[in-house]
Ligand binder design. Structure first.
Ligand code: FE2
Length: 345
């Protein structure tokens, strides 16, 4: 062991009690020997048990049928989430105004994120009502199993099969080893041939076959280097999915004004789009320490910080991007449906 490793060892050890997931960045999490002894499986199972404990404290946040659908499938779909007139007003607010944006290029896809600030939720009443309302907040918090403040963005996905290589999001994967939630409220229709979100029903729950697969992947993850897999976001093949006995993946092709919330610990992908598509929506994400027994007590729920995560994230991202560190390059003020700035030609 090198001297620097001796200094870092207590940090690596402490990270076992957090959401840290990198098999490459943490030699304890990535240790093939410890994972043969069941370290990764223990973290997976404990995280699931704690999520169940927390969700029992949060049943009041969601309707009974949504809780039931989530327990069965690992995702919830709410069509006609808003009355027609509110939907039309929200679409006008989002499409008709310029917002500060960042863009991420992944293969044939550009994803534009416009952080939703507290000022935006005040200036645009329908946006504020949706993002702060019970349906969006309740489902996102319940599925994430934390009664905490999510991060939210106006989200535009531009896909063009004629540009770039394969988008890594189009390969079935699990985002991390524990329950975590993502929400999309769609302002445009999602067609079946337009790269819909695709989810393997029931894959948010651990089974003996799934745990055996997790163990196998954990033992070899470090050897793969800093790939998505090595960083703790396990990729899975169609063959492995059928060996684990899961149901066929469901393509969530839905009309505009639908809210989809999923536990992205379950296996999911963005289906490959066979034609150029533009998808506009409101996106939320919530991922917290998976091992605490309490549902609330989130610092971002404090009065000065609540609703500000996206702007804090934006400031950090812009600072990092300016210094040439990783981060999604800011592209200035744009309307969400303006063509991508980072697509060349
Ligand atoms: Fe994902």
């Amino acid at each position: 062991m090198k001297a620097v490793d001796i200094v870092k060892a207590p940090i690596w050890l402490a990270e076992l009690a957090t959401g840290a997931k990198s098999f490459v960045g943490n030699p304890i999490i990535g240790s093939p020997r410890l994972n043969r002894l069941g370290l990764h499986e223990k973290r997976v199972m404990l995280a699931q048990r704690m999520a169940d404990v927390r969700r029992r404290q949060m049943r009041h946040l969601v309707d009974a049928e949504d809780a039931e659908a989530f327990a069965r499938d690992g995702y919830v779909v709410r069509r006609n989430a808003l009355p027609d007139d509110a939907f039309a007003r929200l679409r006008d607010e989002v499409e008709g105004n310029e917002f500060s944006a960042q863009e991420m290029v992944q293969g044939q896809t550009v994803t534009r994120f416009c952080p939703i600030t507290r000022a935006m939720t005040r200036a645009f009443p329908e946006l504020g009502a949706l993002v702060n309302g019970r349906l969006f907040q309740g489902l996102l918090r319940y599925v994430a199993s934390r009664n905490a403040d999510p991060i939210t963005f106006i989200h535009t996905v531009f896909a063009d099969p004629h540009r770039g290589g394969r988008d890594p999001q189009t390969v079935f994967h699990s985002d991390t080893f524990h329950p975590t939630a993502k929400a999309w409220y769609f302002l445009t229709d999602v067609e079946d041939d337009g790269g819909p979100f695709t989810f393997v029903p029931g894959s948010h729950r651990m089974t003996p076959q799934r745990l055996a697969w997790e163990r196998e992947k954990a033992i070899t993850a470090r050897a793969g280097g800093p790939s998505m897999h090595g960083l703790g976001s396990f990729r899975v093949t169609d063959e492995e999915l059928s060996q684990m006995g899961y149901a066929e993946p469901v393509r969530v092709a839905v009309p505009a004004n639908t809210l989809v919330v999923a536990d992205t610990h379950g296996f999911h992908a963005r289906a490959v789009s066979h034609k150029p598509t533009v998808r506009l929506g409101i996106y939320g994400s919530l991922r917290k320490n998976p091992f605490v027994p309490w549902a609330g007590l989130d610092p971002f729920d404090l009065p000065g910080l609540s609703g500000r995560q996206a702007e804090i994230h934006d400031a950090i991202n812009n600072w990092a991007a300016k210094r040439g560190k990783t981060g999604q390059p800011p592209v200035g003020m744009v309307k969400p449906l303006d063509p991508p700035v980072r697509w060349k030609g």
